[in-house]
Write a protein that binds this ligand. Structure first.
Ligand code: HPA
Ligand code: ZN
Length: 335
């Protein structure tokens, strides 16, 4: 098996997928019709043509417009079930799904409706596809810390249905320290902690995510390479980075996949993983991210195995499930 065949064969965990970013244009249009929501695009093709992003904000504007078609429990179920079917085709064995409650509560959709639809898809994925999964509630960082506190309060009746909290949306100008108090409260509640940092923001934001929020993983984190002391700290503590190569390309964090820092992150001894971020918008699901990165950077079979092993080690699964997934990986890698 060459490196590409290996990508397709090995079991993997996906740790950085915004479930609202898995809404394909066709599903956006069918949900718009089902729910009587007007879209500012006349056709699926016109919507797809708008997917020419220059930076994170240019993407987020369209991403929030797409999510406006989600109103009912069945909409959230249909979206997540479509993702799980694609993930299954890519041999994803475990997935941790980000969701953005504030995007929906702002339109009058109760957080309980969002979580109920997503959980039902998670249960079906476990039963029919053997995919384990967890939900991670993300606070929108362009909104205030008070709004994040209100969102947490709103979601607490469903506490057993999400494993952790994250921080997403417009990064620059909204440093992690803006959310120190609400993340402290989340830690008291026993929630697992992650945050986007160092996608467009500077290394200082990654330091803040570590020190102020006490994150267990960094989402993106690619700009850590600008600060050798930070790289040393991330390597020493083995803080995983959930890296999203096609996202970095589409949002112009890199201009060419051949310039992507994935190989440099691995060579620096960091626990880097491959993820799809917003696959419906960035041109591919997990295996597309792996395959294009392997091709652009000439990654080896050992690199591919290390990336898959990192994803399993960095996941929030039980130790029994981790042992099971690592054994599956070892068996395929040895074949
Ligand atoms: N970065 C920040 N916020 C997001 C993203 C992203 O890539 N996708 C969805 N929300
Ligand atoms: Zn993301």
């Amino acid at each position: 098996m060459n490196a590409i065949e290996l990508v397709r064969a090995i079991p993997k965990a996906e740790l950085h997928i915004h479930i609202e970013g898995s809404l394909e244009p066709e599903l956006i249009f069918s949900l718009a019709q089902r729910n009587g929501v007007a879209l500012p695009y006349p056709s699926v093709q016109a919507l797809r043509e708008a997917y020419a992003f220059t930076d994170l904000q240019s993407f987020l504007d369209i991403y929030y417009a797409g999510a406006s078609v989600l109103l009912h429990e069945a909409d959230f179920f249909d979206m997540a079930w479509a993702y799980f079917q694609r993930a299954h085709a890519d041999r994803v064995r475990h997935a941790e799904l980000f969701f953005d409650p504030q995007t929906h509560t702002a339109r009058g959709v109760p957080v309980g409706t969002v979580i109920a639809g997503l959980r039902r898809a998670c249960e079906r994925a476990q039963a029919e596809l053997g995919i384990s999964s967890e939900l991670i509630l993300c606070f929108l960082r362009h909104l205030s810390e008070e709004a994040a506190f209100a969102t947490l309060e709103d979601a607490l009746p469903y506490r057993e249905h999400f494993i952790g909290v994250g921080l997403d949306s417009s990064e620059v100008g909204h440093p992690p320290s803006k959310f120190s108090r609400v993340f402290a409260r989340c830690r008291e509640l026993g929630l697992r902690i992650v945050a986007h940092a160092g996608e467009e923001g500077p290394p200082a934001y990654i330091w803040e995510a570590l020190k102020d929020l006490k994150v267990e993983r960094i989402d993106h984190g690619v700009r850590c390479l600008e600060d050798p002391a930070l790289v040393a700290e991330l390597a020493r503590r083995r803080v995983p980075l959930t890296v999203c190569p096609l996202s970095n390309l589409k949002l112009c964090v890199v201009n060419d996949l051949r310039d992507h820092p994935m190989k440099r992150l691995l060579d620096a001894g960091l626990c880097a993983t491959v993820n799809s971020d917003d696959p419906a918008y960035f041109g591919g699901y997990l295996n597309a991210n792996f395959e294009q990165t392997v091709q652009a950077l000439g990654l080896s079979r050992d690199d591919v195995i290390a990336l898959a092993r990192n994803s399993i080690e960095a996941s929030f699964v039980s130790e029994a499930r981790r042992v099971e997934l690592l054994a599956e990986l070892a068996a395929v890698a040895a074949a």
